[in-house]
Design a protein around this ligand. Sequence first.
Ligand code: PA5
Length: 419
Amino acid sequence: MKVDVSTNKAEMFLSSDIVDEKIRKAAILQKKLYQDKDSNRVFGWTHVKSAAVQLDEIKVKAAEVRRKAEVFVIAGVGGSNQAARAMIEALQGEDGPRVIYLGNTLSPHYINKMMEQLKGKSVYINVIAKNFETLEPGSHFRILRNYMEKIYTKDDMSERVILTGTYGSRMEEIAKENGYTFFSFPEAIGGRYSAFSPVGLFPIAVAGLDIDKYLKGVVSAEDYCMKHTDNNPALKYAAIRNSLYEKNYNIELLTAFEPQFTYFTKWWVQLFGESEGKNLMGIFPTAAIYSEDLHSMGQYMQDGRRNLIETFIKVKNTNSSVIVNEDKKFRDGFDYLENMDFNTINKVAERATIEAHTKGGVPCIEFEVEEISEETFGAFYYIFMLACALSGLLMGVNPFDQEGVEEYKRSMFIGLGKN
Ligand code: PA5
């Protein structure tokens, strides 16, 4: 398995009996997740095979889009775009269509800016929505159709529009009525747990990422977590953060010293925020990218209120190197860095930060991977999704619903005159 977790700098703040007891409880919950009948149809993602469906069709259509599209629009929001975006923003190469994101905002400025990118380009779109009532993707699909129908014939449109939704939904009917490609959003999987279903798989394949390698990472994490209680990163992480929560550590900051993880942290914030924040409970998830954010959040992390947990994503090998050159003449004060690789500088800063924050009273959890790759993302998604489900269950909330977000929608729909 590709992901190690080290919790000793968090366990320092806890008694080992409490942690052991939590791990035992989490292990029982994990067993139930794997074995239960799933009568509420929410654990579809725990068994990768039932989530990662339509692989051959996905590969064929993605290859076609890569050949023919100059711009590929992903129209989805929340769990319907975050996982794919996190990987694309981290790993996409220079070739293939430019990926742009719609269906994730109500800002006319942003919509106009994105629509400008389509002009004169060969456009393909993937609209992703489990519940085809979500305002942002539904309304942007309308704008996109209106734009595309002025340029493309009906046959062209049927090639260029790809819909991802649940079987039996209006999305599926629209796909059938218009000859659009339709991919499944498995019914037994909620949005934020959909990373390795077609919701995530198709867009990342269009971006040129290797979905076999990705699924290899997911499956290795699934195998490992199913078979192991000892050193199981999901169990350990869920148990530690839950033990800390009971000692009033109620904010968790996820951070990495690699900006490639920026959108990954957004995915993680959504996963934990929507899963745990309910019934007046939950650890408030937030994120930072270091070293940049050490110059904003570093002060608070070191010296602010002591209710914080900090979780680090560490990478052993970045496959990049920048050596600081010699410069004798300028006398800029940076000679101490001469001939040093930024890999070393970044690692020293990472170690120093963890050390200083632990000393300052912040429990630190460290995840470490060999490199940033499709496999790594696959393993991370599986481990964090499992940990999040277990953590929510340990806390006594339902990690699979999101009733709370309906509240603002009710008022908004009244304001918009929706029947
Ligand atoms: O995790 C979730 O369920 C949510 O964040 C949804 O993914 C988000 O609200 C988008 O929903 P839909 O795919 O139905 O448009």
